[in-house]
Design a protein around this ligand. Structure first.
Ligand code: OAD
Length: 252
């Protein structure tokens, strides 16, 4: 993107409270497959119900464990892109900045973002399938079982610390994200198909609460017609331009 819409930069300069929501498209330019992109999305190759549900883990724990292990390996080799860095830079320009991500890959934290809410958990974490308690990496690495047994419950197994279809989001997480959507002056929705609830409701909550809503996505979504700015652009190409337009103006 050459130049952000001037109205967007004006709105950003006048706001103090920014909420950024990200989805798989935010990680795409770091080499992480999205879920629903035609041809390249994960769900084009696998059926979510076969791999990303408690029932799938109950019925075929090793298949599910191995699939996440493969994704973990891929994610451990990737790095944040300039779009992630731009969000870190923008964080300093606002009194209140909250980043709510559906992504489970830690790229925002790796880039240096501080206020991050992980709505769908984190793929690099393991928890007990019976108690939900965290299982440390050393325990996982020391086990040859796939999945490893859990140290917290006699019939528990280690499972990825992510939210599966049909599961509740971590307690309090959605409340904090909704509060941020109600309070923000501007809400960015970046790289999400806006299909999976309750995350998909957040930009609409912000909109109804009077915030300016900005979408960044090469494809249109059901948010596009409602957003004040719907930028047909990628995260890595647009966010650095937006951050640069702010840099001359806002100082921490
Ligand atoms: P999707 O794969 O559904 O959507 C990715 C979106 O990113 C699409 O709208 C793409 O057009 C867009 N996109 C692709 N490349 C992009 C780029 N370089 N820059 C900006 N946008 C780009 O992924 P999500 O919307 O994140 O849930 O999916 C939401 C949830 O569904 C995921 O968190 C996961 C999945 O099942 C759970 O795991 C519970």
């Amino acid at each position: 993107m050459k130049k952000p819409p001037s109205g967007l930069i004006t709105a950003l300069k006048e706001s103090n409270n920014l909420l950024v929501l990200t989805g798989a498209g935010m990680s795409a330019e770091s080499g992480v497959p999205t879920f629903r992109d035609a041809q390249t999305g994960l769900w084009e190759k696998f059926r979510p119900e076969d791999l990303a549900t408690p029932e799938a883990f109950r019925d075929q724990p090793q298949v599910v464990w191995d699939w996440y292990a493969e994704r973990r390996t891929r994610i451990s080799t990737i790095s944040p892109h300039p779009g992630h860095a731009a969000l870190v830079e923008m964080e300093q320009y606002f009194e209140c900045f909250m980043l709510v991500t559906q992504n489970v890959d830690s790229l925002h934290q790796q880039a240096g973002s501080k206020n991050v809410i992980e709505l769908h958990g984190n793929i690099m974490r393991s928890v007990c399938s019976r108690t939900g308690k965290a299982i440390d990496d050393e325990w996982i690495a020391a086990s040859n079982d796939r999945p490893p047994l859990s140290p917290h419950h006699p019939s528990g197994l280690a499972r990825p610390g992510v939210v599966w279809f049909g599961e509740e989001l971590p307690t309090g997480t959605m409340n904090r994200a909704t509060a941020a959507a109600l309070d923000c002056d501007i809400c960015f929705s970046i790289g999400t198909s806006t299909l999976v609830q309750p995350a998909a409701s957040l930009p609409f909550v912000a909109l109804d609460a009077g915030a300016t809503v900005v979408e960044i996505n090469p494809q249109p979504t059901r948010l596009s017609s409602a957003a004040h700015f719907s930028l047909r652009a990628t995260a890595a190409s647009s966010l650095p331009v937006i951050a640069a337009a702010l840099a001359g103006y806002k100082r921490a």
